[in-house]
Design a protein around this ligand. Structure first.
Ligand code: PEP
Ligand code: MG
Length: 586
C-alpha cells in the first residue's frame, strides 16, 4: 500500500530506489561498504569476536556462585546458544557476502531480521528472548570496538523492520536509498563515495550538520522524518522528494511514472545550469559578486572548481578530525590535507576554518556526551581549541605552512569574547615563533572571524579592529539568536532566516564591514538558498560562500538581479513585521 511520510527538505531533487535501513544500536557502529576482496577478512573479524565473547560467557558461567538463582545460569546458557545460532550466523554472512556490508552493519542488520521474528512469536517467554539477542549482538559489537563486553542492563530496541523473505533479493543493480534513525556527519562523509541515491533520517533539522553534508553530496535528502525508519521496510521501493520534503513508500505505478518524469526534468534543468559555469557572476548593472565554495574535504576542491567557484570561502576542517576514535590528526597530516585543498584550487583563495567540533559534530560516534545537556552552548569550536592549546597550535602551524602553496585565509569560529580574540592571536604568534625556531617555512595569511554568535554581531567594532575579514555564519547565528537547536526537528518550524532580528544582524554586519573597508562574506546555508539571493544582494552582500552544488543556481539569480533597485526593497523587507510576506511584494 502506498503511503507518504513528511519531513524537512534539505537537499533538492528526486530519488527513487529500494530502501536500505541502517539500524540504530546502543553501541554506535560504522556503516560502510567493503570491497569484495575484504569479505573473508570481514567474516573472520566477526568470527573472532564470536569466539572471544563465547569464551567470556563461559568464563562468567564458571563464576556464577552456587547459591545464585537458577535464572542466571539459564540466561548465560541462552547467550551461548544465541552466539552459536545458525540463523544469526548465516544472516550475517549474507549481508557481508551479498550486500558487502561491513561486519558491524551486517550484525545490526541481521539483528533486526531476527528480532522481527521474535516479535511475531506467540509465546511470551520466547518473545522476551529478543532482549537476550540484543545483548549478545551488543557484546559482539563492543568486542569489535575494543570496549568491555559485559552489559549491565537489558537492551531496549524498537521493533525490527526487516522481512525475512526479502533477504533473498540481493540484486546489485537497483538504485538504493538510505533510511536511518540518525546519521552522524562522520557517517555521511563515509557515504560520500557510496552508491546511495538518496537519504532519509528520522531526526535532524535543516541546518544540522548531517543535512549540510547531505546537501554537499548533491543527492536528494529528507531529515526530521520522525518515524520513517520504523515505517519503511528493508527493500521497500521509496521515492524521496527532496524539494517537498516528502517520502513516498511503495508507490503505485502511476505515482512512480510521475516522479520519474520530474526526475528527468530536474536532470535537464541541471544540464541547462552547467552552461553558466564560465559566465562571470555579475548583476545586471555589472556589479561583481563572488561565489565561493564551502567544502568538507580537500578532494571537494575539484567539485568547487568544476562549478566555477572563485575560491573556497569555508573549509570546515573539523571533518579531518571526525570518526578517528579520538586520535586527532597531527600537524603533518593536517598540513598535507590543507596543502591538497590549496593546490586543488589552483591559485584561488582558500579560507580554512579552525576546527569546529562539539554540538552536533561529535568527534566520533562514541563521544556524544549525553551528560552535557546543551552541547551547542558548551565546549565547541574556538572554545575547544583554546582549551587545548597544543592541539590548536599544531593546527595553526599546519595552516601557516599550507599558506606557502597558495592564497590562504584563516577563519576562527564562534568567537564571542574579546579575550578569546586576544588568546587566538597570542597562539597564532606562538605558532609562527615555533615554526621560525625550527626553521620551517610558512606563508602569510589573512585572519578572519565568524560572526555566528549574537554577542559578536552586536560587538562588531572590536571584530573589525582585529580581523582582516568577517564571515557571517547564519546557521549558528539563527540558532543562537532565536534559541532554536538547529539539529532538533521538533523546533524546525521556528528556525527562520527571515526573522527581522536575523536580517538586522546580517544587514548591520554587512554595512559596518563595508564602512570599515573590510571584506564580509556569508557562509551559512542562507548563502546557497537561491530564494534569498536577491534579498542578500539588496542588503549589500558581495561574497557568498555555499555548497558547490548551489553555486550555479545562485549565479542564475545574480545574473538576473538589479542590485540597485533591490536595495530599497531589501530595506522594506527588513523593516516589515512579516518579512516573508513582504518578500512576495515585487
Ligand atoms: C554557520 O554557522 O553558519 C556555519 C557556516 O558554520 P557551521 O554550519 O559549520 O556551524
Ligand atoms: Mg557555525
Amino acid at each position: 500500500m502506498t503511503f507518504s511520510i513528511h519531513g524537512l527538505a534539505v537537499a533538492r531533487g528526486i530519488a527513487i530506489g529500494k530502501a536500505v535501513l541502517v539500524a540504530s544500536s546502543r553501541v554506535d557502529v560504522a556503516h560502510y561498504f567493503i570491497e569484495p576482496a575484504q569479505i573473508a577478512s570481514e567474516l573472520a573479524r566477526i568470527d573472532q569476536s564470536r569466539q572471544a565473547v563465547m569464551l567470556e560467557v563461559q568464563r562468567l558461567q564458571k563464576l556464577v556462585p552456587k547459591d545464585a538463582p537458577p535464572e542466571l545460569s539459564a540466561l548465560l546458557e541462552v547467550h551461548l546458544m544465541l552466539l552459536q545460532d545458525e540463523l544469526l550466523a548465516e544472516g550475517v554472512k549474507h549481508w557481508v557476502t551479498d550486500r558487502l556490508y561491513n561486519a558491524e552493519w551486517a550484525l545490526t542488520s541481521q539483528l533486526e531480521v531476527v528480532a522481527r521474528q521474535f516479535d511475531d512469536m506467540e509465546d511470551a517467554y520466547l518473545r522476551e528472548r529478543k532482549g537476550d539477542l540484543e545483548q549478545v549482538v551488543e557484546r559482539l559489537l563492543r568486542h569489535m570496538k575494543g570496549l568491555p563486553t559485559s552489559l549491565p542492563q537489558p537492551a531496549q530496541r524498537k521493533p525490527g523492520t526487516w522481512q525475512q523473505d526479502q533477504l533473498l533479493d540481493d540484486s546489485h543493480d537497483v538504485p538504493l536509498v538510505l533510511i536511518a534513525h540518525d546519521l552522524s556527519p562522520a557517517d555521511m562523509l563515509q557515504f560520500k563515495q557510496s552508491v546511495f541515491t538518496g537519504f532519509v533520517t528520522d531526526v535532524g533539522g535543516k541546518t544540522s550538520h548531517t543535512a549540510i553534508v547531505a546537501r554537499s553530496l548533491d543527492i536528494p535528502a529528507v531529515v526530521g522524518a520522525r518515524n520513517a525508519s520504523h515505517l519503511v521496510h528493508q527493500d521497500d521501493w521509496v521515492i524521496i522528494d527532496g524539494d517537498a520534503g516528502v517520502i513516498i513508500v511503495s508507490p503505485s505505478p502511476i505515482i512512480l511514472a510521475e516522479y520519474a518524469f520530474k526526475q528527468r526534468q530536474a536532470q535537464l534543468e541541471r544540464e541547462r545550469l552547467t552552461r553558466l559555469r564560465h559566465t562571470p557572476s555579475v548583476t545586471l548593472a555589472g556589479q561583481k559578486i563572488q561565489l565561493l565554495a564551502n567544502i568538507e574535504l580537500p578532494e571537494d576542491a575539484a567539485v568547487a572548481l568544476s562549478v566555477g567557484a572563485v575560491g573556497v570561502g569555508l573549509f570546515r576542517s573539523e571533518f579531518l578530525f571526525m570518526g578517528r576514535e579520538g586520535e586527532l590528526p597531527g600537524e603533518e597530516e593536517q598540513y598535507q590535507a590543507y596543502r591538497r585543498a590549496v593546490e586543488g584550487m589552483k591559485g584561488l583563495p582558500v579560507t580554512i576554518r579552525t576546527v569546529d567540533v562539539g554540538a552536533d559534530k561529535p568527534l566520533d560516534r562514541t563521544s556524544k556526551d549525553e551528560a552535557h545537556l546543551n552541547p551547542a552552548l558548551g565546549l565547541r569550536a574556538i572554545r575547544w581549541s583554546l582549551a587545548d592549546p597544543s592541539m590548536f597550535l599544531s593546527q595553526l602551524r599546519a595552516i601557516l605552512r599550507a599558506a606557502l602553496h597558495g592564497s590562504v585565509n584563516l577563519l576562527i569560529p564562534m568567537l564571542a569574547h574579546t579575550r578569546e580574540i586576544h588568546q587566538t592571536f597570542v597562539l597564532l604568534a606562538q605558532a609562527r615563533e615555533q615554526l621560525d625556531k625550527k626553521g620551517v617555512a610558512y606563508g602569510a595569511v589573512k585572519v578572519g572571524a565568524m560572526i555566528e554568535v549574537p554577542a559578536a554581531a552586536l560587538n562588531l567594532p572590536v571584530f573589525l579592529k582585529y580581523f582582516d575579514f568577517l564571515s557571517v555564519g547564519t546557521n549558528d547565528l539563527i540558532q543562537y539568536t532565536l534559541a532554536i537547536d538547529r539539529a532538533d526537528e521538533q523546533v524546525a518550524h521556528l528556525y527562520d532566516p527571515l526573522h527581522p532580528a536575523i536580517l538586522q544582524l546580517v544587514a548591520n554586519t554587512i554595512a559596518q564591514g563595508a564602512a570599515a573597508g573590510k571584506d564580509i562574506s556569508l557562509c551559512g546555508e542562507m548563502a546557497g538558498d537561491p530564494t534569498l539571493t536577491r534579498l542578500l544582494l539588496g542588503l549589500g552582500l558581495r561574497q557568498f560562500s555555499m555548497h558547490p552544488t548551489q553555486i550555479l543556481r545562485v549565479k542564475q539569480e545574480v545574473l538576473r538581479a538589479d542590485a540597485g533597485r533591490l536595495a530599497a526593497w531589501a530595506q522594506r523587507v527588513m523593516a516589515a513585521e512579516d518579512p516573508a510576506a513582504e518578500m512576495l511584494v515585487p
